[in-house]
Design a protein around this ligand. Structure first.
Ligand SMILES: Nc1ncnc2c1ncn2[C@@H]1O[C@H](COP(=O)(O)OP(=O)(O)OP(=O)(O)O)[C@@H](O)[C@H]1O
Ligand SMILES: [Mg+2]
Length: 374
């Protein structure tokens, strides 16, 4: 349906799209997602010839679009831009009917469709049809922008961050409406977003971009299950963590250099080591870091100062492996009412320690990552 073939785009000498090839099947909703400046808008605008590739070709329905009249091409491709692009001096009705009228569609059918589309995007036609864009809220204008993209009867709709200015509730309801409309009307939609949750909700396929290259192009499920690279993994991991806490592994939430003591030390020495390191627990390991047990200040401070750690340590210590996820970790800590959870590798060697505060700090740094990711 839409094929990018070896597309390259250079501005001056800087390459922003590098030998990009992609095939988008008819009737699919494909989401372009990636960091700011990676080339999403550039790729979208190439489809309706608002931007020309430096080299390579784009085919729509097998036709090389460089050979189609751009005005004609654009009439058949719906386009929603972030600030909606509604004409301010035209009513909502006039905005919606502009292109169908230009295309010479039947006037009665056009009017009927206007009403249907407004209903579809959740705006009462009677109430809003005759208003001007400035008499609508930003979110309502975006709804009209979406309706207008569907008004053209075109098979292809390009949407560049169409919901970015909406509050989460409105956004969620428009995502739902878009999903249903697309399934009902069977359009081919390319949708740009920064929001991985949005992508998961609506996409048939996600195209993950970075620096003008494709990192992965697959269904949401496959991207979640088999991320193609560490970048993809960290990208979806960080974005998904609040909805999918299981993506956060013990290795992400542990302290990596827990303070250790060997079993041959005595209680006095262990307490000194705790003081020195400002901790209230020590992992007991042999010289090869094999986990043997654990001592806490609370439990050893009443012991003889000369007792060996070997004799006073807790030996039945729960431990998790680096791959265990946050849910499993929290479950073990809650069920057994423990505040310390050692992390071991397959050879039972200590690699880290999870405490309530290490979980908290991992979660808050995830929040920070969320904010700085773009
Ligand atoms: N007219 C231009 N002249 C020079 N460089 C440009 C021009 N238009 C875009 N670029 C550069 O091309 C790159 C891709 O831009 P593009 O707008 O496609 O990014 P994007 O992925 O849509 O980003 P965002 O998520 O911020 O909207 C950016 O580095 C941008 O600075
Ligand atoms: Mg953009």
């Amino acid at each position: 349906m839409i094929t990018f073939e070896n597309i390259t785009k250079k501005y001056n000498r800087k390459t922003v799209i590098d030998d990009f090839s992609l095939n988008i099947e008819a009737g699919q909703l494909v989401v372009f997602i990636g960091p700011s400046g990676c080339g999403k808008t550039t790729l979208l605008k190439m489809i309706n010839r608002l931007i020309h590739p430096s080299s390579g070709k784009i085919f729509v329905d097998g036709k090389d679009i460089s050979k189609i009249d751009p005005i004609e091409l654009r009439r058949n491709i719906g386009y929603v831009i972030q600030n909606t692009g509604l004409f301010p001096h035209m009513s909502i009705k006039e905005n919606l009917e502009l292109i169908p009228k230009l295309k010479g569609e039947d006037p009665e059918a056009i009017e009927k469709k206007t009403v249907e589309l407004l209903e579809l995007v959740g705006l009462n036609p009677e109430e809003y049809m005759h208003r001007f864009p400035k008499e609508l809220s930003g979110g309502q204008q975006q709804r009209v922008g979406v309706a207008r993209a569907f008004s053209t009867n075109s098979d292809i709709i390009l949407m560049d961050e169409p919901f970015s200015a909406l509050d989460p509730v409105t956004r969620s309801s428009l995502q739902e409406e878009l999903f249903n409309m697309q399934k009902e009307l069977n359009k081919t939609i390319i949708f740009v977003t920064h929001d991985m949750d949005e992508a998961y909700k609506i996409a048939d396929k996600i195209c993950l971009l970075k620096d003008g290259n494709i990192l992965q192009y697959d269904t949401p499920e496959n991207i979640l299950k088999n991320p193609a690279s560490e970048f993809v993994e960290s990208f979806i991991g960080k974005r998904r963590v609040w909805n999918n806490p299981e993506v956060l592994k013990a290795a992400d939430i542990m302290i990596s250099n827990p303070v250790k003591v060997t079993p041959k030390r005595n209680v006095l020495q262990a307490i000194e080591i705790m003081k020195e390191n400002k901790v209230d627990s020590l992992m007991v390991t042999d010289r090869q870091s094999t986990l043997l047990g654990l001592v806490t200040l609370k439990n050893i401070k009443l012991q003889e100062r000369t007792s060996l750690i070997d004799d006073v340590m807790e030996q039945n210590v729960f431990a998790v492996s680096e791959d265990d996820n946050l849910i499993e970790v929290l479950k073990i800590m809650n069920e057994h009412k423990i505040g310390y959870l050692p992390v071991v590798n397959s050879g039972n060697k200590l690699t880290g320690l999870i405490t309530r505060s290490s979980i908290l700090s991992a979660l808050s740094s995830q929040l920070l990552d969320l904010e700085v990711a773009f």
